[in-house]
Design a protein around this ligand. Structure first.
Ligand code: FES
Length: 96
C-alpha cells in the first residue's frame, strides 16, 4: 500500500504518519490516537481503527485480538433544555 494513503479520512492521517510513529516507539492505539487524533472524527474510528491496529500488529508481531481498541461512543449532540424539563415532568407524572 502506498504510504501516502489516507488511513484516517476524518483527521487526514496517512499510512506514513502511522508507520513513523510506530517506528518511534508508539505502539498502542491510544498513543497514536492522542498524537494524531485518529478515531476522534465523526466516524469514531470505525473506518481507521482496524487499519491502525493492523499496522501495529504487523510491526509488533502481536495479534490484533491482543491489542486494545478504544471504546466506540456515539457522537455527542446538544439536547434542548425544554426537552429535559418535559421528560422530568413526564417522569414525575408517572410517579404520581
Ligand atoms: S476515519 Fe478516523 S476517525 Fe473517522
Amino acid at each position: 500500500m502506498d504510504e501516502n494513503t489516507i488511513i484516517c479520512r476524518c483527521s487526514d492521517v496517512t499510512l506514513k504518519e502511522i508507520r513513523d510513529l510506530i517506528a518511534q516507539g508508539y505502539v498502542t492505539y491510544d498513543e497514536i490516537k492522542r498524537i494524531t487524533r485518529i478515531g476522534m472524527g465523526p466516524c469514531q474510528g470505525k473506518t481507521c481503527g482496524q487499519l491502525v491496529l493492523r499496522e501495529i500488529s504487523n510491526a509488533t508481531g502481536k495479534s490484533m485480538a491482543d491489542l486494545n481498541f478504544h471504546n466506540i461512543r456515539p457522537p455527542v449532540v446538544g439536547v434542548k433544555l425544554h426537552l429535559i424539563a418535559e421528560e422530568a415532568k413526564r417522569q414525575e407524572g408517572e410517579k404520581a
